[in-house]
Design a protein around this ligand. Structure first.
Ligand SMILES: [Zn+2]
Ligand SMILES: [Zn+2]
Length: 352
């Protein structure tokens, strides 16, 4: 089995377990490939998360950081991550004792031009360590869409309080990131679905968010979480197709990320309707990720995801990354579903 995207509490504020424990779990579950892909540091203070201003030292004493200190700390953490991940690689890769190949990448921030440029610099300066990037967006108009519902609502408001415009902004920003960085893996393709408020209504014709207190018999007004955000608006669907075709043009890969299932969404990222478009426009170039932030997240919801992959998508196989033993370059490989389902991993994973 494989996972191409993970974090740890050592290097991201909301991670729960240390990197060594996450690595140990990947070894216990006998992953074939397990990728360590900490976030690249953000470099502007408006993109800091509230949790990043709080620092707990080894004596468990907490101190509050200024934004400059918090930004410097992100830089230091990323350096420590690279060093630590290299130690993991040299300890476990290419030994007879373990089957797991650890690879080092970084999940990048495609939120704006400044971060896209910074990413280029960071990756070229550290190309001996960071072997690939996961191209992700966590912000729309510089407002986080995966942190809490308050910010999600704020992000939609910044797109004229119109969900169609919000999706257009998201996919245009994703396209910018794709064009400038050509990430080998595209991360959680439809992350915007994570925090959709259950009671939020939308005018399906215009995309406008409807005020909760507004009474209306208008048949165009529906609950947002009951509509397909991929196919409802043709202009949005066209942008998704454009992005998928671009990913295909440079041989990128799209992760099927089980963290959405862990967070109780019905489908992984991306959902079925985007996967269907990817089958048509991106040749089903999928690989699997758990996006773990804790030991309990390693391989989490993989069984449910296997069902999604075999029954809903009927994929013939999955891609995965590995490393050339001589050159240490990343290689893209492919396993057929018939072989994947025979992996003893499925017994080891239990009900996780
Ligand atoms: Zn992410
Ligand atoms: Zn992540």
């Amino acid at each position: 089995m494989y996972s191409h995207h993970s974090h740890s509490g050592d290097y991201v504020a909301h991670g729960l377990d240390c990197l060594d424990d996450i690595v140990a779990e990947a070894l216990i579950l006998d992953f074939k490939t397990y990728c360590l892909t900490e976030h690249m540091p953000r470099i502007t203070d408006e993109l800091l998360y509230p949790e990043e201003f709080c620092f707990t030292n080894l004596d468990k004493k907490q101190s509050i950081l200024t934004s400059d200190e918090a930004l410097i700390r992100l830089q230091a953490q990323f350096k420590k991550f690279m060093h630590h991940a290299e130690l993991v690689k040299s300890k476990y890769n290419n030994t007879n004792e373990y089957n797991t190949t650890f690879l080092i990448g970084s999940e990048i921030e495609g939120c704006d031009k400044i971060h896209i440029e910074y990413c280029k610099k960071l990756i070229s300066e550290n190309s001996n360590v960071i072997k690939f990037i996961i191209g992700s967006l966590h912000h729309v108009n510089n407002i986080p869409i995966d942190f809490d519902q308050e910010n999600w609502v704020k992000a939609v408001k910044s797109s004229k309080n119109n969900i169609k415009q919000f999706l257009i902004d998201y996919y245009n920003q994703q396209y910018e990131m794709l064009v400038h960085l050509k990430p080998l893996i595209v991360g959680h393709f439809d992350l915007y679905k994570l925090l959709i408020p259950k009671d939020l209504k939308v005018n399906i014709k215009t995309g406008d968010i409807i005020d909760k207190n507004e009474q209306s018999n208008n048949e165009n007004i529906v609950y947002l979480n009951e509509i397909d955000l991929t196919t409802t608006w043709k202009d949005v669907e066209q942008l998704i197709v454009r992005n998928l075709q671009f990913i295909h043009s440079y041989d990128g890969l799209i992760e099927i990320n089980t963290s959405a299932l862990r967070k109780d969404l019905k489908e992984p990222y991306p959902g079925k309707s985007i996967c269907k478009l990817a089958s048509e426009h991106c040749d089903n170039r999928f690989l699997l990720s758990d996006d773990a932030h804790a030991v309990s997240h390693v391989g989490v919801c993989y069984k449910k995801c296997l069902e999604f992959i075999t029954k809903e998508l009927a994929l013939e196989g999955l891609y995965y990354l590995t490393e050339d033993r001589q050159t240490h370059d990343i290689r893209i490989c492919y396993d057929k579903m018939n072989d994947i389902i025979k992996d003893p991993f499925w017994q080891r994973i239990g009900d996780k």
